[in-house]
Design a binder for this molecule. Structure first.
Ligand code: HAM
Length: 437
């Protein structure tokens, strides 16, 4: 038997319906914040990620899926969404639009060759958003609030927002030098990877998963102490806007993020529900004011966020959030003769185009077996199509809940269904239940 590759998932059945619901909520909330949907290629030239994400990140040094295509080009399956969005922004000269800033969101699979475990996949899905073309601290707060509000609308309660600032280039460099000075005499206490990080990117040592609990880490210099006045003031502004928006947060100096491109605000959102496991960061992001320029565009300030879809689904499950998925059909059409079957083909087609969920039989089942199938699908109504009734231009429709039967004229069938199925959809019910943000 051929099985799925390690670190990938098949999403089907009820789980697929839940995914669709969550995607729909994401679309709805993004629409309210006026973000446009964007889809970029699954593979890009490898250089994009080397230059965009950074040569010293774990993602680029150890985790990319690289291949040479049949034309001899070095390609990489995208490990994250930001670099591709920025490439698209530059290539399509979006920076030339009068409509500024550019607000974009995505929901797409990413590929990282990581050691799979619960919440850590090789094919992972992320939804994320980016604002390009503004350095206003209010946009930092907006990105954080948008992330939090999506989780809130979905019903998540046990989340914690950790924010930090890496400051501008000068602050970041001062901090970098302080880290080198601090860790150099203790290098032998750190893991092999951190030896390399010390010169190339000492910030990575701070979020090293291997060394994180060692004593030496506790006393390490903190970003906040190396912010220059301007960066400090900017960070204060971000916090003020978060407070105005009613977003709870904690300042955590250990949040430095695993990608090289950040400056100023960085943040991560953790799932705090018990039993979630070690991969509890459900989303992270930050400001990246230099990437557009580094990739060949004009100087453009930007900030963004991405959330692991798989981890979000896990958090919803652990918090016992009931996602109501539609597991019923409106109407099942039963038939016996070939003429009745033809009518079933006509009527199902017509009613579906009028917005009803209609099913019929495709396996030439007996009437008894068709009734069983209608029950399996939780059909709200059934009609046994009958040549005689059809000649009289009517059908007998049964409400499977009340068991009541009624003759309805074919001309009035749509009206009848509309009248009797006008309960709100499961999606609306869910949205209203948790949508009070
Ligand atoms: P990231 O922190 O690498 O940031 O990934 C964002 C989120 O994706 C993580 O917080 C986690 O929930 C999820 N994630 C990452 N790796 C895996 C994995 N192997 N399996 C399951 N979930 C995973 C970024 O990707 C940045 N592009 C975010 C960003 C957007 N920054 C600015 N704009």
């Amino acid at each position: 038997m051929i099985t799925k590759p390690k670190g990938t998932k098949d999403i089907y059945g009820v789980e697929a319906k839940k995914w669709q619901y969550v995607s729909k909520v994401i679309d709805e909330v993004m629409e309210k914040y006026n973000y446009d949907f964007i889809r970029t290629p699954v593979f890009e030239s490898s250089e994009l990620f080397h230059r965009g994400v950074g040569q010293t990140t774990d993602i680029v040094t150890k985790e990319t899926y690289d291949f040479i295509d049949r034309g001899g080009r070095n390609m990489t399956l995208r490990p994250e969404g930001t670099a591709g969005v920025v490439r698209c922004y530059i290539e399509n000269k979006m920076y030339g639009n009068d409509n500024k800033p550019t607000k974009l969101y995505y929901n797409m699979p990413m590929y990282r060759y990581e050691r799979p475990q619960a919440g850590r996949l090789r094919e992972l899905t992320q939804f994320g958003m980016e604002i390009l073309g503004t350095d206003d601290p209010m946009s930092d707060a907006e990105i954080i609030s948008l992330a939090v509000n999506i989780y809130k609308v979905l019903g998540l309660k046990q989340i914690k927002v950790n924010i930090n600032s890496l400051g501008d280039e000068t602050s970041r460099n001062n901090y970098r030098n302080a880290l080198i000075e601090y860790f150099k005499p203790h290098i032998n206490e750190l893991c092999e990877d951190c030896h390399e990080r010390l010169e190339k990117n000492p910030l990575r040592i701070i979020d090293c998963k291997v060394d994180k609990d060692k004593d030496i880490m506790k006393m390490a210099p903190k970003t906040i102490d190396y912010l220059n006045d301007e960066s400090r003031k900017r960070f204060e502004k971000v916090k003020e806007y978060l407070e105005v928006m009613g977003i709870d947060y904690v300042v955590d100096p250990t949040v430095v993020r695993g990608l090289d491109y950040y400056n100023h605000t960085v943040f991560e959102i953790e799932a705090k529900v018990q039993g979630f496991g070690s991969q509890n960061v459900i989303g992270g992001g930050g400001r990246y004011n230099y990437m557009v320029e580094q990739l060949g565009g004009p100087k453009t300030a930007a900030i963004g966020f991405a959330s692991g879809f798989d981890r979000l689904m896990l958090a919803l499950e652990k918090e016992n959030i009931d996602i109501l998925v539609n597991d019923s059909v409106d109407l099942f059409l039963l038939y016996v003769s070939e003429d009745e079957k033809k009518y079933a083909a006509y009527l199902s087609n017509d009613l579906r185009m009028h917005g009803f969920i209609v099913e019929t039989d495709y396996l030439n089942r007996s009437l008894k077996a068709q009734f069983k199938q209608a029950d399996r699908l939780n059909s709200k109504f059934t009609i046994v199509l009958n040549d005689n009734d059809l000649k009289n231009n009517e059908v007998k429709i049964k409400n499977n809940n009340t068991k009541e039967e009624e003759m309805v004229s074919l001309d009035a069938l749509i009206y009848f269904l509309d009248e009797n199925l006008n309960e709100e959809s499961n999606y609306d019910a869910n949205y209203k239940k948790d949508g009070d943000i």
